[in-house]
Design a protein around this ligand. Sequence first.
Ligand code: DGP
Length: 114
Amino acid sequence: MNANCIFCKIVDRAIPGDIVYEDDELLAFNDVSPQAPVHVLIIPKVHIASVNDVPEGDAIVIAKLTTCARALAKARGIDESGYRLIMNCNAEGGQTVFHLHMHLLGGRQLRGLG
Ligand code: DGP
C-alpha cells in the first residue's frame, strides 16, 4: 500500500471504484474516463509503480494481468470482435497513475496508437 496512490486507495476501498473483478492478487475496475464502450483497468493489488519496477522474478504479474484482461474481454463479448491491451510507462508513454495497470479497451473500432 502506497498512501499517496489512488489505485491503492481503490484496492483498500478508501475511495470508491466501479469494481468488475477481484481475486487475491488482482483488481479490475472501470476507467473513470472511458475511451471506449469497454474500458477496464486491471491492476495488481500490490503497489508496483510501473512496468520498469516489476522485479524480473515477478514478471508473471504481467501474464496474470493479460490473462485477466482476456477473460474480461470474453465476459464482455468482445473477444472475437477484438480489443486492445495497453500499458503506459512513464511520462512520454502517457502514464498518469503510477501504479502498474493494464487498459482493456474495446466495443468499438479502435484506431491509431497516438
Ligand atoms: P494511464 O494514463 O495509463 O496512467 O491511465 C490512468 C487511467 O486511470 C486513466 O485512463 C484514468 C484512470 N483513472 C485515474 N484516476 C482514476 C480513479 O480515481 N478511478 C478510476 N476508476 N480511474 C481512474
